[in-house]
Ligand binder design. Structure first.
Ligand SMILES: *Cc1c(COP(=O)(O)O)cnc(C)c1O
Length: 230
């Protein structure tokens, strides 16, 4: 099946309120152009440099049609380059990084940038993201973090992102997704300026169905659309 058909099949299979962000790492300009023609509106990139290269090689009208998501870890020294490119930075995992971003938004010619907070829900040392195991009262920690971030005037906090541990059995991450959803729901009750918990970004090719059952409304998919990576 073609990339277009793969995308259309997934699009028709997931509920309409679920946003699909295509994970474009290692894929070609042609593949991405084909997807935008098929109706994809949101693309995720893991590296600032790869995003820059992709944007340079795509048709300018294609670039404008797309919302660009940073889904890889953002290093401080790449913030200035990232800000003009990305509409959403899904991988903010500390107050410090949020503050570093906030300071640079104006200079990048924007009024604000949207972010998600990345939770490393399995507390895996090999992954980025905020690790629940590091906090006695993780829910309390997150609440304070969100309150602190709401004070940053150039940042709009729009939700949470998690990778979740990787298993062959798609059922296994279910409880990790459920815990993330519970945290998402409790943070959604806070009534704060510039905070609007719209997106719960969880689920990839092997886990998006379970993630959606557990409340994800944004999934990040690569392999199921493009086929396996080299
Ligand atoms: C690659 C990637 C995905 C998509 O992974 P697939 O298994 O190819 O669907 C999702 N999220 C992040 C952060 C990624 O790096």
């Amino acid at each position: 099946m073609s990339i277009k058909e793969n995308y259309q099949n997934i699009r028709s299979e997931v509920p309409s309120h679920v946003k699909i962000v295509v994970a474009a790492k290692t894929r070609t300009t042609e593949e991405v152009e084909e997807l935008v023609e098929a109706g994809i509106t949101d693309i995720g990139e893991n590296y600032v440099q790869e995003a820059e290269d992709m944007i340079k090689s795509l048709h300018p009208t294609t670039v404008k049609k797309v919302n660009w998501h940073m889904i890889g870890h953002l290093q401080k020294n790449k913030i200035n380059k990232a800000l003009p490119i990305f509409d959403v930075i899904q991988t903010v995992d500390s107050l410090k990084l949020a503050e570093d971003i906030d300071k640079r938004v104006k200079k990048a010619g924007k009024d604000f940038v949207s972010i998600l907070l990345e939770i490393n829900i399995g507390s895996e040392f090999t992954k980025n993201g905020i690790q629940p195991a590091e906090y006695e009262d993780f829910e309390g920690f997150m609440e304070k973090l969100v309150i602190d971030i709401s004070k940053l005037s150039h940042i709009h906090l729009e939700g949470l992102m998690t990778m979740g541990p990787r298993f062959d059995d798609p059922e296994k991450p279910r409880l990790f997704f459920r815990r993330t959803k519970n945290i998402f729901d409790s943070l959604s009750k806070l009534n704060l300026e510039r905070v609007n918990m719209k997106y719960l970004s969880m689920g990839m090719t092997n886990s998006y169905k379970v993630a959606i059952e557990e409340g994800a409304n944004l999934v990040r998919i690569g392999t199921a659309i493009f086929g396996p990576r080299d």
